[in-house]
Design a protein around this ligand. Structure first.
Ligand SMILES: [Cu+2]
Length: 375
């Protein structure tokens, strides 16, 4: 009797186990992230390593911080990332990597369609297409495709990657074609006999990866709020020198009081705009039937010179200030999209010529705003 029961339980367990592992699973990976104590951007995938089975689906969920991202993989990416892994991080991209297109142009202009749009190439090279790649239905990822690209991940979107049933066991890497190899991740396909982590375990891995980054930036944000930033005065954006792939998208302080005729100056840290008078709809991205476009107007300076970081060399902080002149609330005044990272920082100065309340925001990062009250 006892033996029979044991046998029954065993059979039940084995049958249950089989049914479970044969069932394709879906696992969610976050693209970018959200912190609870500050507004930030996180140029990473959470978690950046995953274990799955052939036939599973990986859902890449865009958390939207205003930063554009892709999930890009395939043989060309695999070769490119492998070559970068061995190289000096400050060296020019190795040839295998240099031919992978980036979503944004190197300078002003619209997106590169072959990188900003979905692109699935069994063979060949996305760079051979001047415009968009051939418009095809997204195939399952079999690990043999030359190029497999989500394109620009819209706010609120999820890029679902169905793994083919015949994908070979092994590790497959992907990256963001805008932020480069710094923003990359992998998934490892294991045999059906090997258990894979549950979504709860995947979430725990994501949280563990996120915590040290969020903690450091949270402390930096607290410091900036208390006026203990490494730069004095008003600051647009902030960060922590030991965190390369994430930043704080806030103005410190968010609320500024000034007298008529007073010049207010912000030092910029990160990639931001300081913009007054832009319509609420102003956004660096617009969407047409052919996909995403860059809005040059949102990115360009307005109402005076734009901010621009200097190009001194060395480790000493240097700040180059653009004087954008007077503002009385009429029209748009904007620094334009400005890259400003230590040690070469850009600053932007506006002189308020009329009493009033002047809201401003960064056009690149939702939720990054402030107000100048002039009396
Ligand atoms: Cu990215």
């Amino acid at each position: 009797m006892r033996k029979a029961l044991m046998a029954f339980v065993l059979v039940g367990l084995v049958a249950g186990g089989c049914a479970k592992s044969a069932e394709p699973a879906t696992r969610t990976v976050l693209v970018d992230n959200k912190a609870t104590t500050f507004v930030g951007s996180f140029l990473a995938y959470y978690p950046n390593a995953l274990t799955v089975h052939a036939g599973d689906t990986v859902d890449f969920k865009e958390m939207w911080s205003g930063e554009a991202h892709t999930v890009t993989m395939g043989k060309l990416v695999e070769a490119g990332l492998a070559s970068v892994r061995g190289a000096n991080p400050n060296a020019a991209p190795p040839p295998a990597f240099a031919k992978l297109p980036s979503m944004f142009p190197n300078g002003p202009g619209d997106v590169n369609r072959n990188a900003a749009d979905p692109c699935f190439l069994a063979s060949g090279d996305p760079s051979s297409y001047k415009g968009a790649c051939p418009d095809v239905t997204q195939p399952a990822f079999d690990g043999k495709q030359a190029y497999y690209n989500s394109g620009f991940l819209k706010k609120g979107s999820t890029f679902a990657v169905k793994l083919s049933n015949d994908i070979a066991p092994g590790t497959y890497h992907y990256y963001c074609n805008l932020h480069g190899p710094m923003m990359s991740g992998s998934f490892t396909v294991v045999g059906k006999d090997t258990k894979t982590p549950t979504q709860a375990q995947v979430n725990a891995a994501a949280a563990k990866q996120f915590k040290p980054v969020a903690d450091k930036l949270s402390a930096a944000a607290d410091g900036a709020r208390a006026g203990h930033a490494f730069i004095s005065g008003n600051i647009a954006g902030y960060g922590d020198p030991s965190v390369e792939n994430a930043g704080i998208n806030e103005f410190f302080p968010p609320s500024i009081k000034a007298k008529v005729g007073e010049k207010v100056t912000w030092t910029m840290i990160g990639f931001h705009t300081i913009t007054f008078g832009a319509p609420a709809s102003e956004d660096p991205f617009s969407f047409g039937p052919d996909g995403v476009h860059l809005d040059q107007q949102a990115l360009a300076p307005a109402g005076g010179p734009g901010a621009q970081a200097g190009t001194t060399t060395g480790n000493k902080i240097s700040i180059k200030t653009a004087d954008a002149g007077g503002y009385n609330g009429t029209g748009v005044k904007s620094s334009g999209a400005t890259d400003s990272f230590p040690p070469d920082l850009a600053a932007y100065a506006v002189t308020f010529t009329k009493p009033g309340t002047y809201p401003f925001r960064c056009l690149l990062h939702p939720g990054m705003g402030g107000v100048v009250t002039v009396t």
